[in-house]
Write a protein that binds this ligand. Structure first.
Ligand code: SAM
Length: 217
């Protein structure tokens, strides 16, 4: 956990810039879709876990929701550009009472959590019945040709961009860390086990990103 925190502290100052360049700004549309599919009414309180520099918090606020950002990295929180309240903390131990949140989002951080089961259990504890979650993450395209190009781009090009603008080691690790994600079927089944229904997964941009949504039973 300390290594993850220190890596994000290092890349925080240029995190947004590198994101926009390496995804050709597609990440902006993915976050918009995340908030749309969260499908909560105006005024709902939503915790954005692993909020980083606050992109999802801004998107949530723009849709009339009340976001609270939470992240482990002081560097990312310090670089955040959002008016949402920000909390330093671990997504596996939320400082809220049971069933108090209307919803939760999490962008591009599932693969940084060593074990997803405790995370899903913690989400189920904190989100109220009929509350919603939306988890955005990178993915590998199902199409073989696209997967090959995707591997080449993230394996060779992205570390170069990262090296020029930020930290090459981090941008060599980040694309590879998709390998730490359990299979989609496993993630959806574990969410259902934790106490969510309506569990669904959509592929975005031909499968280079994925969005998992669910309703607290
Ligand atoms: C790739 S960044 C994503 C930031 C942001 N959600 C976005 O959409 O751009 C991953 C973030 O997860 C945070 N993180 C990793 N493990 C965490 C944990 N256990 N609790 C809270 N934040 C964590 C890191 O500090 C980092 O800011």
């Amino acid at each position: 956990m300390r290594a993850v925190r220190s890596m994000f502290d290092t890349i925080a100052p240029r995190y947004d810039l590198v994101n926009r360049i390496m995804t050709f700004r597609m990440d902006v549309g993915w976050r918009r879709r995340t908030v749309r599919d969260l499908a909560l009414p105006h005024g709902s309180t939503v915790v954005d876990l692993a909020c980083g520099t606050g992109d999802l918090c801004r998107e949530l606020a723009a849709s009339g929701l009340h976001p609270i950002g939470m992240d482990l990295s002081f560097g990312m929180l310090a670089a955040a550009r959002t008016t949402a309240p920000l909390v330093h903390g671990d997504a596996l131990r939320l400082p809220v009472a049971d069933a108090t949140l209307d919803g939760a989002t999490c962008g591009f951080a599932l693969r940084n959590l060593v074990d997803l089961d405790p995370f899903f259990t913690e989400l189920a504890r904190a989100v109220r019945p009929l509350g919603r979650i939306a988890l955005l993450e990178v993915a590998e395209p199902p199409n073989r040709f696209l997967r090959w190009g995707h591997g080449l781009y993230f394996g060779r090009v992205v570390p170069r961009i990262g090296g020029l603008l930020s930290d090459e080691t981090a941008y060599r690790y980040l694309p590879k860390s998709v390998a730490y994600l359990p299979s989609p079927g496993h993630m959806l089944a574990r969410l259902a086990d934790a106490g969510f229904s309506d569990v669904g997964r959509d592929l975005l941009s031909h499968g280079i990103a994925q969005l998992i949504t669910a309703t607290r039973t």
